[in-house]
Design a protein around this ligand. Structure first.
Ligand code: ADP
Length: 616
């Protein structure tokens, strides 16, 4: 608790916020006693104000003070010592107005702080007071204790003893911390123990409060638009300033990042003008020693030394942000690592599967060749039949190898960006219809009903017919592969103006929901345990997706386990401007289509040399 020398015998040092009465009989009594009170104030860098009564005047007071204080004129010249007429101070329009007087005191305290003084020391002569004002004045004297206890302010009120009755005197004793009475030229101090204890308790709790603020790990500022009036240790460190002095010379806004300055100024104004209660914001703070901190600030209104100011509590969240960033990075790395591990696993599975896919047709072909070789001794008819069957087997497995190698080459080409579509204007309806019908016999032979339907007969769009064929054959071969006998396959076409829709739907085994996201990924098959039941390399759908996307379209899947799957292809309807670029005629394409069907269906069928597909 900061104590000031009162310069009054019997009172000694007092804290700011002390309210004293001096009951005098003659002018000389107060003149004698207050020269030293004012003198201490001037020496201790306080603004001193003498509110004088009608029995004296500034010249007389000045002359009197001159005897006690050196260079009194200098204090007067630099406005550290002011003399004010008590009637002007207390009375306006023949009336005493408590609020007006309080406002004046606050302004004087502000003036003292603004001019670099520690606070205000005053003498206030109440000789203007007559009985008619007593009640309101006494209430004011009681109330002002609350005000001055908040301020750097000490005041001595002068009371003329001859004007005080017993009740008034009791009021004076009640309203002041210390009461000085002069008896036989001796000053006697009557302490108002209740008020002093209260004040001490208040000061103690204020001190605890200040200590707490000082060591808080968050920065606390009391400030306005121009100045920082109070800051704790953390605030000093946050701003990178060595001394409290350099802080009070700064403005908080100087440290706020440029892009937030305007907002911050706005917030302070709103708080000071009571438009907003509390404002929270995040910003960057550029400290005096070159650090840039992420901060979170909570600001609200605060009465400091009796004036409305802003209390800002600022937290450095840079470490939190760093931790959050680290956590995010770790999470990303984890995801990446898991993805890599998963991809690696899938790749390993793919290669072991691929080895199987390569070995199976080769083994079949080898067995067929060995069988042909061993037929030397058989009879001619038997030999011919067996040779034909072996050649069929070799032929089919050649296609199977070819499909695998083609798929591998194309997916590699697409991934490395070397795959180009050979676009031409084609009637997509006819194209898809022809492809579907080229495998219709095989599908029907597998005991599955095939249904084709279209809402339009002709739609010419730019596409690569070879690749559309691959897409269709791939999806159809999957539909056949995963649909048991007695099932259905539907191929439906819809012209939606901007887009052309192809739907390939089956009533087969379906695909579990959790697997549907991976289905188009490279190397993925839904159920590894099914692998060998349903041969395949797991690159078909990924190739299909890439080819559809190459056309600017997209493919989606709708499937339910045990109920079937529906693949929907959406291709944008754009046509090439050169009308000469036309699809090969149906006849030209039909031979190569049968060839392709053999290749794409090679996983699941055996065929005869007469080019009709037959189920294995
Ligand atoms: P594969 O060459 O092994 O058939 P795909 O990429 O064509 O590879 O298909 C991947 C997996 O998706 C298949 O192994 C199968 O599990 C599942 N699948 C594809 N189409 C269907 C379908 N119509 N019905 C059920 N499952 C399907």
């Amino acid at each position: 608790m900061e104590l000031r020398e009162s310069g009054i015998e019997g009172i000694g040092d007092v804290p700011w916020g002390t309210h004293i009465s001096f009951v005098y009989h003659t002018k000389d009594e107060y003149l004698e006693n207050f020269a030293s009170y004012i003198g201490k104030g001037l020496l201790n860098n306080e603004l001193c104000v003498w509110i004088y009564g009608e029995d004296t005047n500034p010249d007389e007071l000045k002359e009197h003070l001159k005897n006690n204080v050196e260079d009194i004129d200098e204090y007067i010249n630099r406005n550290q010592l002011l003399f004010i007429d008590n009637r002007e101070w207390y009375i306006e329009n023949n009336d005493f107005n408590e609020l007006r007087v309080n406002k004046q005191w606050l302004e004087l305290v502000k003036f003292s702080i603004d001019n670099g003084y520690d606070g205000l020391r005053a003498v206030a002569d109440t000789s203007w007071l007559d009985k008619s004002y007593w009640r309101s004045f006494s209430a004011y004297e009681k109330n002002i204790n609350t005000l001055i206890s908040e301020l750097p302010f000490i005041v001595v009120c002068l009371y003329n003893a001859s004007k005080l009755g017993l009740y008034e005197f009791a009021d004076v004793l009640n309203n002041h911390y210390y009461n000085i009475i002069v008896e036989n030229k001796e000053c006697k101090v009557i302490r108002n123990v209740e008020l002093i204890v209260k004040n001490k308790q208040l000061s103690k709790s204020q001190e605890n409060y200040r200590n707490l603020l000082r060591i808080l790990p968050v920065a606390v500022f009391i400030h306005d638009e121009d100045k920082i009036l109070y800051s704790n240790d953390t605030a000093c460190r946050m701003l990178g300033l060595k001394t409290k002095k350099s802080i009070t010379d700064s403005q908080l806004i100087d440290y706020i990042a440029d892009e937030m300055k305007e907002d911050f100024r706005d917030y302070i104004k709103k708080i000071l003008n009571d438009i907003e209660g509390t404002i929270c914001f995040k910003s960057k703070l550029c400290s005096g020693d070159g650090r840039v901190l992420d901060i979170e600030s909570i600001s609200s209104g605060y009465i400091y030394n009796g004036f409305p100011k802003v209390l800002s509590v600022i937290r450095d969240i840079t470490p939190l942000k760093k931790i959050a960033k680290l956590q995010e990075d770790i999470e990303k790395s984890n995801i990446l690592l898991n993805e890599t591990l998963e991809y690696d696993k899938i790749k390993t599975e793919f290669f072991s599967n691929l080895s199987h896919e390569l070995r199976t047709p080769l083994n079949v072909m080898l067995s067929a060749v060995q069988l042909i070789k061993s037929l030397k001794n058989s009879n001619k008819k038997d030999k011919l039949l067996k040779e034909k069957s072996c050649l069929n087997m070799i032929h089919q497995n050649c296609y199977r190898l070819l499909r695998l190698v083609n798929n591998l080459i194309d997916i590699t080409k697409i991934e490395s960006g070397f795959f180009e579509l050979k676009l031409s204007n084609c009637n997509i309806v006819r194209l898809v219809e022809d492809i579907t019908f080229s495998v219709a016999a095989y599908i029907e032979n597998s005991g599955i009903t095939l249904q084709f339907d279209t809402d339009t007969e002709e739609k010419v769009i730019a596409c690569d017919p070879d690749q559309i064929e691959r897409v269709m054959l791939n999806l159809l071969s999957n539909a056949v592969k995963f649909t048991p006998r007695g099932g259905h396959i539907w191929v439906n076409l819809y012209d939606r103006g901007d887009n052309f829709i192809i739907k390939i739907k089956d009533s087969g085994i379906g695909i579990p929901h959790e697997k549907q996201n991976f289905i188009f990924n490279r190397f993925q098959q839904v159920n590894k345990s099914f692998n060998r039941q349903f041969e395949g390399s797991g690159i078909g759908l990924s190739l299909v997706k890439s080819l559809v996307e190459k056309h600017g379209g997209k493919i989606t899947l709708n499937s339910e386990l045990g109920r079937g799957s529906e693949f929907t292809i959406e291709i944008p309807c754009v046509a090439l401007s050169e009308s000469k670029i036309e699809c090969l005629s149906r006849k030209d394409r039909s031979h190569s289509r049968i060839e392709r069907a053999h290749v794409e269906f090679s996983d699941i069928y055996a065929f005869n040399f007469d080019n009709t597909l037959s189920s294995t």
